[in-house]
Write a protein that binds this ligand. Sequence first.
Ligand code: ZN
Length: 601
Amino acid sequence: MKKPSQKKQSAIFYTIVPRDLAGHLFNVTLTVANPDPDGQTFALPAWIPGSYMIREFARNIVRIRAERAGAAVALTKLDKHTWRAAPGAGALTLHYEVYAWDLSVRAAHLDQTHGFFNGTSVFLRVVGQEATAHQVDIQRPADAAARTWRVATSMKEAGAKRYGFGTYGAANYDELIDHPVEMGNFELATFEAHGIPHDIVITGRVPNLDMARLQADLKAICETQIAFFEPLTKRAPLERYVFMTMAVGDGYGGLEHRASTALICARADLPTTANQKPGEPGEGYLQFLGLCSHEYFHTWNVKRIKPAVFAPYDLQVENYTPLLWLFEGFTSYYDDLMLVRAGIIGETTYFKLQAKTVCGVLRGSGRLKQSVAESSFDAWSKYYRQDENSPNAIISYYTKGSLIALAFDLTIRAKTGGAKSLDDVMLALWERYGRDFYPSVGRGVTEHEVEALFDEVSGLKLRNLFERYVRGVEDLPLAKLYAPFGVKLADERKTGKASLDAGIGRDPLGAKLTQVHEGGAAHLAGLSALDVVIAIDGLRVNGNPSNVDALLARYRVGDRVPVHAFRRDELMAFDVTLQGDRVPVITLSQAVAGRKPAALK
Ligand code: ZN
């Protein structure tokens, strides 16, 4: 028998060793077979695609050195995330250490319970050689605790066995950093969606996890989405998909990738085999399924159909696009809609979810100042860096973007007599810009092309909608748009209820105003966000946020009440003229029996 030949190592080869679990350190080596002899440059991304904020991942590189043929090579640091090795011929190896203690879907995390990393946190880019094949040897930690660990990733095995430690590979750097890796003693289940294997990986203790239900529900969601984008072939644009989930006490988030998603959720949101209830999912589980549906939809919308400036990404600086309302907002519209089409929720629950979104959008006056196009563009410094004044200053391209999708959908359906819908627009985007995006990085879509495509597909002139609701700040006329479909959208707010019109949070001393809404009673009386209200009309406010409502329930709209509050450590007195509650209470209901919006069919 011939000795099996060693598989050839690619010209860019990493090893990653979870070396110090208690110290949260990955050791990484990077060997470049053919570095630039005039001095090879290396860089770590400043941000991770899908999360539009500069995070400066290189700040977690603790130590770094370079060598060539056993001799040290000088490394010059050029800026916060870029190094250059001294000139010289022959293979070059970098050794560096990455601190991994960020329990989110965006970075890297390592301890005795598991390891997780995104390539953007650990893989230095070999500048100029991004298009060549990359490999990584993922090594098992030496600790006894890790003897039973397995590996979950959508990266292709290049020697490793599935779920095993060993070598994985990617065709280029863009692909390398788009397959996060989980390692640990996770729960694992696999289902097929239109013939494609999908893994569910759950890290973190979840007693009596109902994996069977999760499998069945996710299968329904995935098959619905695959069939949505490829109604004829039902062909998913991938060979395999991984839902990697970190279950924690309290948390929520997800990040999309081309063949996987990294999720974090509250363990209470996962279904349990104990006290199973038949029928629709409960609130927490529904939120988790909505998250899965959202990230899965991104497989098409933003991982393959992309804004032009993302093709390719510039990972060192902000990449400005006015189109996140399309990539995040439309994904938010379809995530819940896919739950309906998959048979997971009915129309009543769907309307409740949508009503909640409408309330959220109407709540802040920021919606009248910033358009979703501007919100997309400024995501880096505004949406992703919110503060106490955000409701007064910005609009979410997620929530208003999803209502814009609804408005487009209802408009196209109404004006074409049901012949066309937003589905046709999504399919055209997919066929023209998404389907052939990979394997090499294809081209993205510009805002002008998006707008032209809406008109072309629908046969309508939709410029007015773009002007008023995408680039403009007008409220969407949803009640009017829903009316032809027999759906009633009403605002049933209780204007008689006296209110401070401020967000209220807990504080050991009383009620902390988390946000003060512009033009509301608190604002007009001079109260500020972060003030701690300790008394209303001479009565103590306790730390329970609902206590403020209870105290105010004894007053009428228009009453003047003294309010005492601490600003920092100074006690201040205010005269507040109570206003009627300005929180919208939106309801959606089927006003005409049997005439459901076609989107739900
Ligand atoms: Zn998203």
